[in-house]
Design a protein around this ligand. Structure first.
Ligand code: MN
Length: 714
């Protein structure tokens, strides 16, 4: 039985009232005649294919010319008796141009291999697309149907088509904003280009399915409740992200499927742009957002005009997931892209912003002259298709891709972890460059390593790929642990000495082991690390080893009070180490600070501009980057010393004391002297943090008569 065209015609009429049924019928009959007797690999009549392509085009709301070209797209290729001239005569120039664009055989190069022909054909399509975007729509529809029925194709012919789909056609669909088309092309391309990986991933996702369903239902329920609270109309949808996007993520981050958690996506469709932001605010108020994952594509649409709000949050059971918030119109646009804007003028589709949409295609014209260089064409095409990626060459000429902004550090880690850990610079296009240099497409990059090279915390600001970032973090954490062990060992040794404990005999009689067991610690390294990280105090541990001798009451009131007085400091990117606030410069929360490892006292926190620490700057290895803990942590007020220089005027002290009282910075000490017509007022006050101090300083500086103001170290 031959497939029928009626369904397609009906579909077209719904969105294009001026469609010509007569012409569509004529093209259908012409195609049926040209493909008569031909079969597809699966034994179906060949006509099934062009009709299916026409149907996909109708789904994209294409105009008659595109649909007719879809019906005729294979006739010239598959039937020697049909010529482009005939198509031109019967269906017009535009149709003939599209059919020519998607016709694979080049009668002038019959001897080319099949693979060569595939790439040659692709290039032809892209070039023809420059003149008429409908060429690529027909090609995409053709490719989509071929992939949907690819099981019927001999196995050895699948990978080339599948790879081309992933590398060229899916990205083109993406650039045109055809979201639904792109996802389907990617998943099918993935399935046939990497069958083993596809199989493995699909199985893993299936295993997660039952959990996913219950999670999704619970979460959807919660979101529905939120909408009700916000008095906002909205529709909630969820899906498991499509397999190829998960696969790309796994590849990029170098992780296994069991480590992927946000494989589920939620979408909330609301009525207005205002509602989008209302819902976003509501979500962030209820669920903890993941930093760095919020994107406002409404204020700043993507290059393909995609608009939506994206955020990732921690949901039920600590499970992260992504939410997209958009209006109905934006949703329509995201699925249909360029097709969402087609208006029908005299039956021919035209897009209001077709010129904008296809500007990037026009850039390809430049390469049209250069028809001889096929490799370069593909290279330029890729650069245009993936605007957010850069392609660079290894010294051996292999091409590696990176996100825009990537540096030689990313390059080094993509080669090997050890190359990354030891890289110190790079030669880019033969010229020596620093690790900070941002790579550009076409760069030839060679990494320079040194046995002494090692990662630094700054690299976390320079690298952009997740792979490099996680390797650098891993290395820094390992080093931090080594330092914690060193700090812990020193603290324990000091405490043992003070308590006159004999380490060796405690080892022998098992006293040490038993004490460790009681605090659930396995070995000496872990004990030292725990002390170094401040999880166990050396003093308390030593006490466990000498239970009878109660030297002083466990934790005197004084030590507790002092402990509480110290504001919390965290070592960047790691657990807290045992920290002390330096006495020489007395930093307060908000000050720029740096940690210095002192034997015995752990990590001492100094102000970054502290003089005493500058003298120790030869010892770079003992410095650590630190920052203040989140302000939510309660910490006692810190004392700061200020020197205010004023004109010799009465009432200055009174004005200053009034201000410190107003801003609630308790005054601890004040002393005023007059010298050479200048008043020197020294005051010690308690402040919460740097912000609080700035408030005090700003207000005092505004008092008429105040000439200068300085913070003193002591
Ligand atoms: Mn075809």
């Amino acid at each position: 039985m031959l497939p029928r065209i009626d369904g397609v015609i009906e579909r077209v009429r719904e969105y294009n009232p001026s469609s010509s049924e007569r012409l569509l019928q004529k093209a259908y009959l012409f195609s049926a005649k040209a493909h008569k007797g031909q079969q597809r690999y699966n034994g179906e009549p060949y006509l099934v294919h062009p009709v299916a392509v026409a149907d996909i085009l109708a789904g994209l709301r294409a105009d008659d010319i595109a649909i007719i070209a879809g019906l005729l797209h294979d006739v010239v290729e598959d039937n020697e008796d049909v010529s482009l001239d005939e198509i031109d005569r019967l269906f017009g120039k535009a149709t003939a141009h599209i059919v020519d664009g998607v016709t694979k055989i080049d009668k002038h190069f019959p001897e080319k291999s099949r693979v060569e022909r595939e790439w040659h054909a692709m290039r032809k399509v892209v070039l023809a697309m420059v003149d008429d975007v409908r060429v690529i729509l027909v090609k995409l529809a053709d490719r989509l149907h071929n992939l949907r029925t690819m099981d019927a194709l001999p196995e050895h012919r699948r990978p080339v088509k599948a790879l081309q789909t992933l590398e060229v056609y899916a990205p083109i669909a993406h650039r045109l904003g055809l979201g639904a088309m792109k996802s389907e092309l990617e998943d099918l391309g993935f399935k046939y280009a990497y069958p083993d990986e596809f199989e493995r991933l699909s199985r893993a996702l299936k295993e997660k399915r039952s959990y996913s369903n219950s999670f999704a239902e619970e979460t959807a329920g919660e979101l529905k409740e939120l909408l009700k609270e916000l008095k906002t109309q909205g529709e909630i949808r969820w899906r498991i992200k499509h397999p190829y996007s998960i696969y790309v993520k796994l590849q990029r981050q170098g992780i296994g499927v069991e480590e992927v958690y946000d494989y589920m996506g939620f979408r909330i469709i609301v009525e207005s742009v205002k509602d989008c932001y209302t819902v976003l605010g509501g979500i962030h108020g209820r669920l903890k957002p993941i930093p760095g994952r919020f994107r406002d594509f409404i204020a700043l649409p993507k290059e393909n005009h995609y608009r939506s709000l994206h955020t990732s949050v921690i949901g039920l059971h600590g499970h992260p997931f992504e939410i997209q918030i958009r209006t109905r119109e934006m949703d329509e646009e995201a699925e249909r892209g360029i097709a969402a804007h087609w208006r029908y003028k005299e039956g021919r589709m035209s897009s209001e912003d077709e010129a904008r949409n296809t500007a990037w295609i026009r850039q390809l014209v430049e390469f049209k002259q250069d028809e001889a260089s096929g490799g370069e064409f593909i290279h330029n095409l890729r650069v245009n298709l993936y605007p957010n990626e850069v392609y660079v060459f290894t010294p051996r000429g292999d091409v590696l891709s990176f996100p825009r902004g990537a540096t030689p550090i990313d390059f080094a880690y993509s080669i090997h972890t050890d190359v990354g850990h030891h890289c110190i610079g790079a030669k880019i296009n033969g010229k020596l460059e620093t690790l900070k240099t941002v790579m550009k497409s076409g760069d030839r990059v060679e990494i320079i390593t040194s046995a002494n090279g090692k990662p630094s915390r700054d690299w976390l600001k320079i690298a952009v790929t997740n792979r490099a970032l996680s390797k650098i973090r891993g290395w820094l954490n390992a080093r931090e642990k080594a330092r914690a062990i060193e700090i812990g060992r020193a603290a324990l040794e000091k405490e043992f000495k003070r308590c006159k404990l004999n380490f060796k005999s405690l080892m022998k009689d098992g006293g040490l082991e038993e004490a460790m067991k009681r605090v659930s610690i396995q070995d000496m390294d872990s004990l030292q690390a725990a002390v170094g990280y401040g999880k166990i105090s050396a003093r308390n541990f030593a006490k466990r080893l000498q239970p009878q001798i109660e030297e002083e009451p466990p934790q005197t009131a004084k030590t507790r009070a002092e402990g509480a007085r110290e504001p919390a400091v965290v070592v960047r990117g790691a657990t807290d180490l045992l920290t002390t606030i330096a006495k020489c410069c007395k930093p307060i929360p908000g000050d720029e600070v740096i940690g210095f490892i002192s034997r015995g006292r752990g990590l001492v926190i100094h102000r970054a501009d502290c003089h005493s620490i500058r003298q120790a700057s030869y010892n770079q290895d003992r410095f650590m980057e630190v920052e203040w803990a989140a302000p939510a942590l309660p910490s006692a007020d810190s004392e700061v010393h200020l020197l205010v220089v004023t004109e010799d005027k009465t009432g200055m002290v009174a004005n200053i004391t009034k201000i410190v009282a107003d801003v609630k910075a308790p005054l601890r000490f004040i002393n005023a002297t007059v010298e050479k017509d200048e008043g020197n007022i020294r005051l010690d006050i308690l402040v919460r943090d740097r912000e609080h101090l700035n408030e005090v300083i700003n207000k005092i500086a505004k008092i008429p008569g105040v000439k200068s103001l300085r913070r003193l170290n002591r």
